[in-house]
Design a binder for this molecule. Structure first.
Ligand SMILES: *[C@@H]1O[C@H](CO)[C@@H](O)[C@H](O)[C@H]1NC(C)=O
Length: 229
């Protein structure tokens, strides 16, 4: 860590910061082999890259910033996910039709949508949420429609209306206040109700939904779904 701080301090005084350029008179990278990226102490848009001991100054693409964890493109991350701290961030957008920044995630439409747009190099690429989920602009990703009740109708997204009560001796009652229901014709999913609104849940892990126990089970215990996966 101390060696890195020395490296970064030296570079700041030596480097004319430009994207992806070799740094003249640069001190050695801390590691002789492999690829390592280091934060620039002043700019959140730039970072230092050591490639087998060769140091370059890199610039994050438009819409992206550096936080050391980013893997969206060339070690950089979406700007809304990055904590720059004291490092200055230039967020001047370069826009193309459908993309505010060249790299970003954007809603497909303002209402409750099962689609969104991922921009890369200024190209908008339509994306679909997993079944039962809709795009949530607050998390820049897909979410349960019942958590977006201002814009969403979870009953319409899931195609199910939760009953206000279930028979007290039924299997579904065991799961109250989150009663469960099978999805007709779909062995891999179930519907559960949260505060009276439906959520479509995928069993996953190779499991299938057993409508008699209302749980996800190994396929061998649910004969009519054994060939589902
Ligand atoms: C770093 O060096 C190793 C061994 O010489 C080589 O196999 C590897 O491809 C190099 N990596 C990069 C990113 O240049």
């Amino acid at each position: 860590m101390e060696r890195l701080l020395v490296l970064v301090t030296l570079i700041t005084t030596l480097a004319n910061v430009q994207g992806g350029v070799l740094v003249d008179n640069a001190p050695a990278c801390p590691e002789p082999l492999g690829v390592q990226a280091y934060a620039h102490p002043e700019s959140c848009n730039h970072f230092f890259l050591c490639t087998n001991g060769t140091l370059t100054v890199e610039t994050c693409e438009n819409g992206l910033l550096f936080d050391g964890k980013g893997a969206v493109h060339n070690h950089c991350n979406y700007n809304w996910a990055v904590e720059c701290g004291a490092r200055k961030a230039d967020l001047t957008p370069i826009s193309t039709p459908g993309c505010e920044y060249l790299f970003g995630i954007y809603p497909y439409s303002q209402d409750c949508s099962t689609h969104y747009v991922k921009c890369a190099h200024g190209e908008p690429i339509p994306q679909s949420c997993d079944p039962g989920l809709v795009y949530d602009h607050k998390i820049h990703g897909c979410n349960w429609p019942d958590l977006l009740s201002e814009t969403c109708n979870p009953e319409a997204v899931v195609g199910f209306k939760c009953p206000t009560k279930v028979p007290s001796n039924s299997v579904a009652a065991k799961f109250w206040p989150y009663p469960r229901f099978p999805v007709p014709g779909d062995c891999g999913r179930l519907i559960t109700c949260v505060n009276g609104h439906p959520r479509l849940i995928t069993c996953g892990e190779g499991k299938v939904f057993d409508p008699s126990s209302l749980t996800c089970e190994e396929p061998e215990f649910v004969p009519h779904c054994a060939n589902h996966l």
